[in-house]
Design a protein around this ligand. Structure first.
Ligand SMILES: C[S@@+](CC[C@H](N)C(=O)[O-])C[C@H]1O[C@@H](n2cnc3c(N)ncnc32)[C@H](O)[C@@H]1O
Length: 315
């Protein structure tokens, strides 16, 4: 029984149905996310890209002030289209480092090896395919040099506050005193701007969410009719949580799993599946998260609209 099957079964048979967002990223999901990053409404990637393009030099000088050599670990690296600016600039300030991208998608890891072999052949890269913390543990068994960990793209936003605290504390446990953590966080802003990023005109977020049902059909032998689910995002400006749901438009029964593993899921008309949370922070909440998880927040790098921040923390 695969972990994917177990997680899907637990999520769909719970009283409030949900699916873990880490399973969005198969080959089609990766591709849809790349397209979403370039959509007009998805400001997050544009803002963080502008931070990395213009401030990687300053970041690298700070890092070089602490270390001569290090392990650069990136949690949930994706296509590394933003971190590449920091990688180049760490090389320019003369730091000696190996790059360890970690990603749940094997497709992403294969792509990164190929891309960097062509674009920065001098980069020593060792991709690790799997879950963030498990792979961080594996990286620490390969090398124990000082660490700079990147966690960009508002990936931490896919956790609610207690989960984020628990996660950052666990990351902290892998680090030595003085090690650095650069965390990319989406900030609270006009609620319409936020909601728009999860409800783009082209329907990419909708397709990205529905693709997980297709993946379950393909990999777990389910029979979801994706035409009978609608995408419904909502944003709560108080908690800062943007939540995406797929809502069943009719009363229906879906079977999941092959032969002896098969189970049935009953959907009432308009019953939702919770797909993803994207939590937005303000700076005081973010500083509190750093402090409560054992870090000192040393510098915030903002884009010019202050929509997004890459925050540098030190253990
Ligand atoms: C929102 S994308 C961001 C990618 C990149 N950090 C960026 O800023 O462009 C999230 C990435 O994290 C990966 N990911 C999601 N959950 C993960 C998990 N639990 N463990 C490892 N990687 C994960 C996905 O495969 C995807 O490539």
């Amino acid at each position: 029984m695969s972990e994917f099957y177990r997680d899907v079964k637990a999520g769909l048979l719970a009283p409030l149905k949900s699916l873990p967002s880490k399973y969005f990223y198969d080959k089609i999901g990766d591709h849809l996310f790349q397209r979403l990053m370039h959509s007009d409404e998805y400001y997050l990637s544009r803002c963080e890209l502008s931070i990395l393009k213009t401030q990687s030099g300053d970041m690298s000088k700070i890092v070089a002030g602490h270390f001569r050599e290090l392990d650069l670990v990136e949690l949930g690296a994706g296509d590394a289209s933003k971190s590449v600016y920091l990688i180049r600039s760490l090389q320019e300030v003369g730091l000696d480092f190996n790059y360890y991208p970690i990603d749940i998608s094997q497709n992403v890891i294969n792509h990164l090896h190929k891309k960097f072999a062509e674009t920065i052949p001098s980069l020593k890269i060792h991709g690790l395919n799997g879950d963030y913390l498990k792979m961080l543990g594996e990286q620490r068994s390969i090398s124990r040099k000082p660490l700079l960990i990147l966690f960009l793209g508002s990936n931490v936003g896919n956790m609610n506050r207690p989960q984020a605290l628990d996660f950052c504390r666990q990351v902290n446990q892998f680090m030595q005193k003085g090690d650095l953590f650069l965390i990319g966080v989406d900030l609270k802003k006009n609620p319409h701007t936020i909601l728009g990023a999860y409800n783009d005109q082209e329907g990419l977020t909708k397709a990205f969410n529905l693709n997980l049902l297709t993946r379950i059909n393909m990999e777990l032998g389910a029979n979801f009719n994706i035409d009978k689910y609608m995408h419904f995002p909502l944003y709560d400006p108080v908690s800062g949580e943007c939540r995406s749901y797929l809502v069943s438009t009719i009363d229906q029964i879906v079977s999941v799993g092959k032969k002896s593993e098969q189970f049935q899921v009953h959907f009432k008309a308009y019953e939702p599946i919770h797909m993803e949370v994207s939590k937005k922070y303000d700076i005081s909440e973010l500083n509190a998260l750093a402090k409560d998880s054992g870090f000192k927040s040393t510098k915030h790098f903002f884009d010019n609209k202050k929509y997004f921040v890459d925050s540098l923390w030190q253990k």
